[in-house]
Design a protein around this ligand. Structure first.
Ligand SMILES: Cc1cc2nc3c(=O)[nH]c(=O)nc-3n(C[C@H](O)[C@H](O)[C@H](O)COP(=O)(O)OP(=O)(O)OC[C@H]3O[C@@H](n4cnc5c(N)ncnc54)[C@H](O)[C@@H]3O)c2cc1C
Length: 504
């Protein structure tokens, strides 16, 4: 009604009378300025005391208008750091891949207020490695004590998650680690022995000879494998996982936003929240960075690119009915892991095939460039000498060598190679825990065998976040292990010096 009245008044007023009214109000504003300033000086402290000691305790926990679902903004806008959301801590999880989604889920189960920033609103969005992954679950892998602690539980973790939340894409599987006729026999035997030694005693890899690759549906592929060992496996269908997780996170009350972190807000060695690429500032009680390859570019640590590196993966998805349901085929003598561990620059192709949605994906070419450790450099700025066309050519050549039948299909389909960056850790162990020298900032990534280990470690990190306590050192996943003392942030060095002083 008031709106109608104002519209009516405006309609019947001349432009002159409107400007006269505006002038009158400006005059009033100028006149009252000194009074307003005096009032502000005297009254503000009183209001601030009232707010802190009366209003905040009274209204804490009540939902605000901004928290209504569907309002499109997270409740963190305008909130002060340390402020509780419905009495619980408010945590921002950055990264919409495997690690970010699992972290958001486990944090929400601890009754924390969780907002997941998937990063898709980034001006140059970074594709999630999770979307192109084979999703194989190397269930025998573990952490701590050379991988023997907490080992063998990855598959059971996914089964429990599915029992609780419905189908997340867990499928039965087999892993075939093959070799070709050109591979050195001694190297093959050594690799089979090393694999057997890493498995639980009751699991023996079964040998398959060349004929296993030639029968039935496989004939058309013309696979050139000379032999293989087979292992029971499981896999997460990465095409199914994302929509399934969207549903689950929504049902758990996790707020999802396409926001992309531009910068962490760190003051006096404490993370207060993030600034997004659209300029919005989100404050929170804690931030979990699960941004995969974009970890280093966001961390305000010297040499971050060296300690939190990534490689580039190239894969070729094909619309080929799955000829070999449930099987993930990978080379026994793969080169990627060695290249990443040694930090050697170059390009290797580990020809492999995996089910991917309704088709198959052929992969993977891995490119590794030397990167600058300059903090704040965006991953897209780190492309350097990265040459996707070379990776594409090598991938097509490897496909023609491994499966000439599929290479023909790829040509017919004009299949396009896709690229994504994949984070890895120089020592093969993930980064799970508090960021060295920055309180309230947690890291979750750098996995080898992430589909086995991330569901195992996410609840442990969620517990550490909720209690603000460190993860058990014996797990060997503390990110601080990676940083050389001279690369620690200045405030951490000061803390260490303080501790040293008091001890002595
Ligand atoms: C071809 C291939 C096959 C693989 N096969 C297997 C396998 O069989 N088994 C296995 O265990 N592992 C496998 N992996 C590795 C596995 O996929 C990865 O370890 C895992 O997916 C990494 O998950 P992540 O969440 O850490 O990173 P990602 O999946 O890369 O997710 C990172 C997320 O962070 C987001 N992001 C980036 N920048 C920002 C920002 N500034 N703000 C907010 N969000 C941001 C990205 O958009 C993305 O959503 C494979 C990888 C590839 C490429």
């Amino acid at each position: 009604m008031i709106g109608d009245f104002i519209a009516w008044v405006l309609m019947y007023m001349s432009p002159k009378s409107i400007s006269e009214i505006k002038g009158y109000f400006n005059h009033l504003t100028e006149q009252s300025r000194p009074v307003r300033l005096r009032l502000r000086r005297q009254v503000r402290p009183a209001f601030s005391l009232l707010g802190t000691h009366v209003c905040k305790p009274l209204f804490q926990g009540l939902p605000t208008r901004k928290e209504k679902p569907g309002c499109g903004r997270t409740p963190h806008h305008c909130s002060a750091p340390g402020q509780r959301h419905n009495g619980a801590m408010d945590i921002l999880v950055a990264g919409g891949g495997l690690c970010g989604t699992l972290m958001a889920l486990t944090l929400s189960q601890r009754q924390l207020g969780v907002t997941l920033l998937t990063g898709s609103a980034h001006p140059q969005p970074i594709p999630a490695a999770t979307g192109y992954s084979y999703g194989g679950i190397p269930w025998w892998m573990g952490v701590g004590d050379g991988g023997r602690m907490l080992s063998g539980q990855g598959l059971a973790c996914w089964q429990q998650l599915q029992e609780r939340h419905g189908d997340l894409g867990l499928r039965p599987g087999k892993l075939l680690l093959y070799w070709s006729a050109a591979d050195d026999d001694a190297a093959v035997e050594a690799a089979v022995a090393a694999l057997a030694a890493s498995l639980p005693e009751e699991t023996r890899p079964e040998r398959r000879c060349r004929s296993a690759f030639c029968g039935g549906n496989l004939q058309d592929l013309g696979l050139t494998c000379a032999g293989a060992v087979e292992l029971p496996y499981g896999r997460i269908d990465s095409r199914h996982y994302r929509p399934a997780m969207d549903r689950v996170l929504q049902s758990q009350g996790v707020r999802r936003s396409p926001g992309a972190v531009d910068q962490l807000l760190v003051r006096h060695g404490r993370c207060m929240g993030v600034r997004l690429t659209d300029g919005d500032v989100l404050k929170s009680d804690g931030v979990v960075l699960a941004t995969g390859a974009a970890m280093a570019s966001l961390l305000p640590l010297p040499e971050a690119g060296r300690w939190f590196p990534y490689s580039r993966a190239s894969v070729l998805p094909l619309q080929q009915p799955q000829p070999w349901p449930e099987v993930i085929l990978m080379p026994l003598l793969g080169g990627r892991e060695r290249m990443e561990r040694q930090g050697r620059t170059g390009l290797v192709v580990d020809p492999g095939l995996a089910p991917w949605g309704g088709g198959v994906v052929f992969g993977q070419a891995t490119s590794l460039q030397r990167r600058s450790g300059r903090p704040g450099a965006t991953p897209s700025a780190l492309t350097g000498s990265w040459q996707p066309s070379v990776a594409e050519a090598q991938l097509h050549r490897a496909l023609a060598e491994l499966a000439p039948g599929l290479a023909t299909t790829a040509r017919r389909q004009r299949a396009a190679v896709r690229h994504c960056p994949v984070s890895y850790s120089p020592d093969g162990r993930p980064w799970v825990g508090g960021c060295p020298g920055i309180a309230n900032l947690w890291l979750f990534g750098g996995f080898r065998g992430g589909f086995a280990l991330a569901p195992l470690l996410a609840p442990l990190l969620a517990e550490a976040v909720a209690r603000n306590s460190p993860l058990a050192q014996e797990l060997g996943v503390d990110p601080a292990r990676l940083l050389a003392p001279q690369d620690r942030p200045p405030h951490q060095k000061e803390d260490e010096a303080d501790r040293g002083d008091s001890a002595s």
